[in-house]
Design a protein around this ligand. Structure first.
Ligand code: UDX
Ligand code: UDX
Length: 439
């Protein structure tokens, strides 16, 4: 099949590359010229394990192309994916302007180039319930009926850092559509999933839109539950992970997403919760649980700040070494990273920051301003520091040389929000150690 993917961001790029790997002929289109030039040369604009190999392989095979020329691509395509960003607006609602611009552009191209079979227009971007129906109405108003273009909702469940694996081997594929033709076409598009008997969830457009938000909101609830419990466990001298393990073995609860941390971040959870709350408000239903999740997540970040500040008390011109800036490991993404709240709060309280992240420093620099000194290693960041604050669970932090670390620091104190350091080893090495939710 010939496919157009509009938007070469995290989602569009991963989707396009994987569809090319399935044997389709894929054009990934973006309005950002420098991004397209980099991609044409085989370089990924994002850090995502495995992506450059797949880009190069599929460019060489001729199945994958990057371009800014939407018209000739859509003209030839039987399936068009929209994967542009849908950021939060000031009210928390999803800002759908890029999505609707893309829809209008596709409508204009389809009016110019009639085809015999209807084009499938797949909304991959995360959009609130009712958006796909608005997309259908917009197409109809532009003179494009169902005989020319069929709208499908096909939300993504790609975890950054694991996005290629999630795309090649998903746990389920959610397809929202209002016609049997659409379900059939999506199944031929995703033939490797069918062959591997990966479950397809065929539902209405509205249900598919809801499934995406509900899934992310539920995962955020789980994380917030364990983060809140972690605070209680600290007071009651209990290890929250022992509790989580005991809970998670109950199949009704499940073990995943019960890891306490500095609060969730990323391009999805914080924005999706706000967007779902806004949908609730619009429909006269206050989603109280999501309001609580948002508050718990903010409190978690404040808790981390307080833990550091308590340990800096009485130290003049204190220095905090920060290990990890990205919102989680294996990504360079800084969108809504806890570091963006925690570091400014520490700076406002007089701390100097020396930070190290394997890949996220370039993205962090414009967001965190001049008050952060970026270092090329964990040891360099620890030089003369009074607290070592771990914010991201990068693999290399798990077996850091504690004795070497201690010899670098002015005051040997660790605040570990990802529980990457073994507390006994830290204490043996002479550290004052705090780990979130530990006994
Ligand atoms: C995706 C989804 O699409 C979003 O709805 C979801 O909630 C999170 O994941 P993401 O891929 O992370 O967004 O967005 P981003 O990395 O910002 O990429 C969007 C791309 O679309 C950018 O490369 C941008 O240049 C491009 N774009 C944007 C267009 O090509 N056309 C536009 O009109 C707007
Ligand atoms: C999420 C969804 O999981 C994915 O399906 C898609 O919809 C995009 O959004 P992503 O944001 O890439 O993926 O990362 P995820 O692994 O879900 O983690 C989100 C945040 O929660 C991170 O800040 C992470 O550190 C945090 N988290 C996750 C915890 O604090 N504890 C956990 O147990 C799991």
């Amino acid at each position: 099949m010939r496919i157009t993917v509009i938007g070469a961001g995290y989602v569009g790029l991963v989707t396009g590359v994987c569809l090319a790997d399935f044997g389709h002929s894929v054009d990934v289109i973006d309005i950002d010229a420098s991004r397209i030039e980099r991609l044409k040369a085989g370089h990924s604009p994002i850090f995502e394990p495995g992506i450059e190999r797949l880009i190069t392989h599929n460019l060489e095979s001729g199945r994958l192309a990057f371009s800014m020329d939407l018209e000739s691509s859509v003209h030839a395509a039987s399936v068009v994916f929209i994967a542009v960003s849908t950021p939060s607006s000031d009210t928390g609602e999803s800002d759908l302007r890029y999505l609707f611009t893309a829809v209008d552009q596709v409508a204009a191209i389809l009016s110019q180039h009639p085809s015999e079979t209807p084009t499938i227009l797949v909304v991959k971007s995360t959009v609130p319930v009712g958006t796909c129906t608005s997309v259908r109405t917009r197409l109809l108003n532009a003179g494009i009926g169902e005989d020319r273009c069929i709208v499908v909702s096909n939300p993504e469940f790609l975890r950054e850092g694991n996005a290629i694996g999630d795309c090649l081997n998903p746990e389920r594929v959610v397809i929202g559509a209002e016609s049997a033709v659409a379900f059939d076409r999506m199944k031929s598009l995703y033939h490797p999933y069918v062959a591997r008997e990966i479950p397809f969830v065929e539902v209405s457009l509205a249900a598919a839109e809801h499934i995406k938000y509900a899934s992310n909101a539920f995962l955020a609830v789980k994380i917030s539950f364990i983060n809140e419990l972690a605070l209680l466990c600290e007071k009651t001298h209990t290890d929250v992970l022992e509790v989580a393990r005991g809970m998670g073995l109950d199949a009704r609860i499940g073990p995943s997403f019960l890891m306490p941390g500095p609060g969730f971040g990323g391009s999805c959870f914080p924005k999706d919760i706000r967007a779902l709350e806004a949908v609730g408000q619009k429909n006269g239903v206050e989603l109280k649980l999501l309001g609580a999740v948002d508050l718990i997540n903010k409190r978690q970040k404040r808790h981390v700040v307080n833990q550091v500040l308590t340990r800096l008390s009485g130290i003049s011109a204190p220095i905090v070494a920060v290990l990890g800036l990205a919102f989680k490991a294996n990504t360079d993404d800084m969108r809504d990273a806890p570091a963006l709240d925690i570091l400014p709060a520490l700076i406002a309280n007089g701390a100097m920051i020396q930070a190290y992240d394997l890949v996220a420093a370039d993205n962090a620099r414009p967001l965190l301003g001049e008050h952060v000194r970026y270092c090329s290693s964990a040891m360099a960041a620890a030089a003369d520091a009074d607290v070592l604050l771990i914010l991201t669970e990068w693999n290399e932090f798990y077996d850091i040389d504690l004795m070497a670390l201690k010899s670098q620091m002015r005051t040997p104190t660790i605040v570990d929000t990802r529980r990457v350091i073994d507390p006994k080893s830290a204490t043996r090495a002479g550290f004052n150690y705090y780990g979130i939710g530990r006994a």
